[in-house]
Design a protein around this ligand. Sequence first.
Ligand code: G3I
Length: 339
Amino acid sequence: MAAGAVTQDTSATTVRTARRVPFGAALEYDHFISDPDYTALFVSHCDMIFPMNALKWDALQACPGEFDFSRADDILSFAETLGRGTYGHTFVWYNALPQWVEEIDRPAQAEAALIDHVRTVASRFSGRVPVWDVVNEVIAHDPAHEGPWRDSLWMRLLGPAHVDIAFSAAAEAAPGAELAVNDYDLEFTGPRYDARREAVLDLVRRLQDRQLRIDAIGIQGHLYPEIPIDHQGLGRFIRDLEALGVGYRLTEIDVIDWNLPPDAALRDEMAAEHVGNLLDAAFSAALPRSVSTWGLSDRYSWISDVMPHRAGAPNRPLPFDEALKPKPMYEVIQRYLSA
Ligand code: G3I
């Protein structure tokens, strides 16, 4: 167990509220180690606790054939000791690749590396990680103009078959795990988002045509309050998935608040309302298998690095504030999960 974690009070092995849908959050290893109060927040509020970055390729296999499972093990063991669920993010992504993978330039080498990585990681955690994002963000940002698939090393060397290869290896090495496709910009109103939802449905059909098991779609839920949720479009998407026998999860919820007014209370209300709109549209169609946020408190978020608030105000993207106090967003999420 990690140094920072042993100081946690692990006596609370059950979360306070019985929820109809489990609530989880992604935990970055450095914060898990260095910030016991932050980690305690996960213990108090999460049914699922899972690694934000420790299961990515660059964290697990920085050098060819040399796997380091220690950070992922620490977080997973922590969740297991508490009796909490967890989540596997992710085998295949265009990002978070070590230099040696970025330098691969032959299809056969790419295929061998991909199969070896998925097999090794999936079998190492088989029986412990109940669901895997087999592929993350493989749909083009703007499918109508770029074609359905996102550019990546895997696409350039193997084409769309890299997704089939990954699903086939994952099904073999982790037969009991739920296998998912995870992606962003699937919940908004507008032609680009319609095209992205359609591309995901096509991907599901493609895998099923090849007799490959696909169990769920991860709808990330990185929300921009200036872009309205497509209540009907998202609902139709979830029902279309259901008709194909595929469930869904909300996997990475946060609110990109860089364009919202600096006033913190107002911003929190607007963020909560937008998350409520997402949950309303999604839950009206079918219950998700889980709802997770990408981090838990405003103390740490990728949004502060990538999309800082326009007026220089600290970002407030998550359900708890920097002082670890619940915000309106948390109340909204709990209302849907516990109803
Ligand atoms: O851990 C090291 C730390 O030791 C070092 O001091 C520091 C210096 O830069 O880097 C730290 O690693 C960073 C890590 O985040 C932890 O903060 C990596 O450089 C950085 O690349 C990494 O970024 C993550 C990013 O994915 C790439 O893996 C973000 O935390 C993470 O929030 C983000 O998550 C993605 C999802 O996987 C997919 N969906 C979008 C989401 C947000 O971009």
